[in-house]
Design a binder for this molecule. Sequence first.
Ligand SMILES: *[C@@H]1O[C@H](CO)[C@@H](O)[C@H](O)[C@H]1NC(C)=O
Ligand SMILES: *[C@@H]1O[C@H](CO)[C@@H](O)[C@H](O)[C@H]1NC(C)=O
Ligand SMILES: *[C@@H]1O[C@H](CO)[C@@H](O)[C@H](O)[C@H]1NC(C)=O
Length: 405
Amino acid sequence: MSAFTTINCLPIEIFIEIFIKIDGYSLLKCREVCKKWKEAIDNTDILWQEVCRKEFKKSSRIAKKKSGDILSWYHVYRNLKLWSNVSSYEKTVREFYKFNLHDPSHVLGINYGVLPLKDAKGTVFYDMTDLKYIPVALPEKNYLKISNNDHATVIQVKFGIYVQRTLKDPNYITEYYFKADKYVLNGDLLLFYNNKDVYKCNLLQKELTPHLILHCNYDIKEIQYYDAHIYLFTDCGRILNLESNNSVTEKTIKCPAEWIVHIKNINAFDDKNFICYSRTLFKIETDDYQHLYLDFPPITALFFYIDIVLIGLRNGSVLVYRLTSQKKAMKPVFETLAELPDGKFPVQLDVCERRTGPMIVAATFFELYMIDVKFFPCETTVKNSFTNNKLNMYQRLRRLKERLQ
Ligand SMILES: *[C@@H]1O[C@H](CO)[C@@H](O)[C@H](O)[C@H]1NC(C)=O
Ligand SMILES: *[C@@H]1O[C@H](CO)[C@@H](O)[C@H](O)[C@H]1NC(C)=O
Ligand SMILES: *[C@@H]1O[C@H](CO)[C@@H](O)[C@H](O)[C@H]1NC(C)=O
């Protein structure tokens, strides 16, 4: 018996145990060995989740959160691998939506494969898999953020958040409203702050009771959650790290003090991976790189993939800023990904990975452009993207609609 057939006789659990230890490149090569291996590897998404964790720890989490359960970890891995060379692929730029209102925040953030848009009529939703309209429009247009996951849908309004849960037990209450300035939804955990008080709730418990976990001494600008740590970004440029044992550590964003007050935008993952920008100021810190530019080309929009940043400029270009290509304190190095037509410029940028490659969503004051990058033009589209999770989400949105009307 050859070594090859011996491996083929192994039970699937052992097969996985062997393959989970190898890197993504070798895993891709192993797929090509024979049909049986290809099937076994492709059907074992945990292998791809593991290589994503090893090679694209943070960006793969961002990608997965945005695309939801429709995109497998295998496709996430394949796409992120090609992002290192994104400008060499065929792409199309097309106008997807025309808004009636001039607004710098039409897009409420792609999340779980769903794109929420604010228009004069209210908030409408599109499925990022096929860009089809989802018939669960909400009457209001003044929502600030909408998030979905397997457990809940959360909508932020000016003074609070509406929560709709999907639970196995019909006796549990599903609807809640809390006073809150900002929130973050992560798995079965909902975190939010109201003024300087930070709260935590477990979405699986019978009563959704918020527990006060911290009274912050500073005004808070942003909240993030990663690896069981809560990060608070304050107006005065501090980052508080709240651990699961409730101990708090504090650090300051290294930036000239006179610039701190100008910081309008913080895009953050944790206290090591964040960006601050405000017109021509651009400060980025990640695990491996730190850059600060005080005279950056005026930024109008930004998307942060940790080691790759998409930047929208006033002149209509969407640029790729790759951290590995930059030398500290030197002029920034860009590649142009796309240019918007007719003097339009992006005021918001978002990205959703799809089987064919990334779909970049660029909103201007009046239009929404889709920049479709074809990494895998021959990839077939998903036939039935209507999963149970999506059905739950649609039901929650319908209930929210009834409640908000
Ligand atoms: C980028 O892609 C082009 C065309 O596919 C290829 O010729 C080039 O070698 C790639 N560069 C890198 C750094 O992978
Ligand atoms: C909390 O945990 C961190 C490490 O996880 C440790 O350094 C710190 O001392 C702990 N604080 C308390 C109050 O136990
Ligand atoms: C916009 O500005 C950037 C940075 O200065 C430059 O790289 C890009 O080519 C410009 N785009 C257009 C359309 O002029």
